[in-house]
Design a protein around this ligand. Structure first.
Ligand SMILES: Nc1ncnc2c1ncn2[C@@H]1O[C@H](COP(=O)(O)OP(=O)(O)OP(=O)(O)O)[C@@H](O)[C@H]1O
Ligand SMILES: O=C(O)C[C@H](Cc1nc2cc(Cl)cc(Cl)c2[nH]1)c1ccc(Cl)cc1
Ligand SMILES: O=C(O)C[C@H](Cc1nc2cc(Cl)cc(Cl)c2[nH]1)c1ccc(Cl)cc1
Length: 313
């Protein structure tokens, strides 16, 4: 009997890490900076309180997050390394631990708040990295559903690292084929999941209408994020979520003076109420109609991860 030389990786525990500062708090999680005692490598460890998950009935949310992160970590695409990696998970009687990539430079919202709005070449570069990331995510049959600047983290080299897959949906192959077909069962699923609805400013009309989730809802969020990088504020704003939802359903937004024409054109083609009419909604495989838009002229999407990102100024 040949000995199995590839010993399976040892199950880790909290004792394998030195826990450092708190990086941030979620609704039922705390994320710590931590160092692996064996390799001195740094990680972000997301610690979820079991008691809290049970009380908030968030098991599905956590399960979905782990499943999605596992699929992403097993299907890394060299030209789209734009997602947080899940290295391992473990638990103790009180908590669940997710050992994740540490995104050293915070998130996109932090930079937007710091500089107000991005220079055009910055908006184009980061818009392009998000398109490249969404193309890979959707090819894996995963829809993020809560894409927003706070969930777009930045690595040490200032490339994007998309996170927070708790609200992600993994489409089954049937759904993949009937991408836009109405499906009461799924709408029912959404009804149960209505609490999951993402952050008001970026949520798409079909999520509010409880129709089925398709990759198009991430294209809507892309439109909102490109608008926000160029203008400094999201397109749909209001003093309450309800007021914002009203504006979304009526497509009530405007472009400030000086908003460049190519940015206005691509945002207008993404912020379309009918999901199947959005730019890229009909693309199969790769988002050619989004990538070929003049807003992205001159960018090589496959090479973005190798170039030094433009200074955010
Ligand atoms: N991989 C990471 N690297 C660096 N910082 C991170 C990482 N993941 C999360 N954070 C920080 O920790 C904070 C909490 O993240 P977490 O995913 O636990 O909650 P959340 O998803 O932001 O909130 P909620 O659970 O309500 O959606 C984030 O806002 C972010 O600032
Ligand atoms: O699938 C596994 O590996 C085993 C467990 C499964 C699991 N145990 C749980 C206990 C609670 Cl209270 C909540 C959730 Cl979501 C739970 N998920 C587990 C351990 C750690 C992590 Cl991060 C996730 C799930
Ligand atoms: O719902 C059940 O009864 C079964 C699940 C089992 C379960 N396996 C899981 C695996 C993962 Cl990765 C995540 C979650 Cl939330 C998982 N939940 C579960 C959920 C919560 C708890 Cl506390 C224990 C088991």
């Amino acid at each position: 009997m040949t000995e199995n030389l590839e010993a399976p990786p040892m199950k880790r525990s909290a004792n394998d890490f030195i826990f450092g500062k708190v990086l941030g708090e979620g609704s039922f999680s705390t994320v710590f900076l931590a160092k692996d005692v064996h390799t001195s490598k740094e990680f972000a460890i997301k610690v979820c309180q079991k008691r809290h998950i049970i009380r908030e009935k968030k098991q599905d949310y956590v399960k979905r997050e782990k499943e999605t992160l596992l699929v992403l970590s097993k299907n890394v695409k060299e030209s789209a390394p734009y997602f947080v990696r899940l290295y391992c998970t473990f638990q103790d009687p009180e908590s669940l631990y997710f050992v994740l990539t540490y995104a050293k430079k915070g998130d996109l919202l932090g930079y937007l708040n710091k500089v107000g709005s991005f220079e055009d070449h910055c908006s184009k570069f980061y818009g392009a990295e998000i398109v490249q990331a969404l193309e890979h995510l959707h090819c894996l049959g995963i829809v993020h559903r809560d894409l927003k600047p706070e969930n777009i983290l930045l690595s040490e080299s200032m490339h994007i690292v998309i996170t927070d897959f708790g609200s992600a949906k993994i489409l089954n192959c049937v759904e993949m084929d009937e991408k836009n077909k109405e499906n009461s069962e799924d709408a029912g699923e959404l009804k149960r999941k209505s609490s999951f609805v993402g952050t008001a400013q970026y949520v798409s009309p079909e999520i509010l209408n409880r129709t089925r989730t398709t990759p198009s809802c991430d294209l809507w969020a892309l439109g909102c994020i490109i608008y926000q990088m160029v203008a400094g504020l999201p397109p749909f704003r209001g003093h309450s979520d309800y007021a914002i939802f009203q504006k979304i359903m009526k497509l009530e937004y405007e472009y400030p003076d000086g908003f460049p024409d190519d940015a206005r054109d691509i945002v207008t083609q993404l912020l379309v109420l009918e999901p199947s009419e959005r730019l890229g909604a009909k693309d199969i495989g790769s988002y050619t109609s989004v990538k070929s838009h003049p807003f992205f002229s001159g960018l090589d999407f496959e090479e973005l991860h190798k170039v030094k990102p433009p200074e955010i100024c």
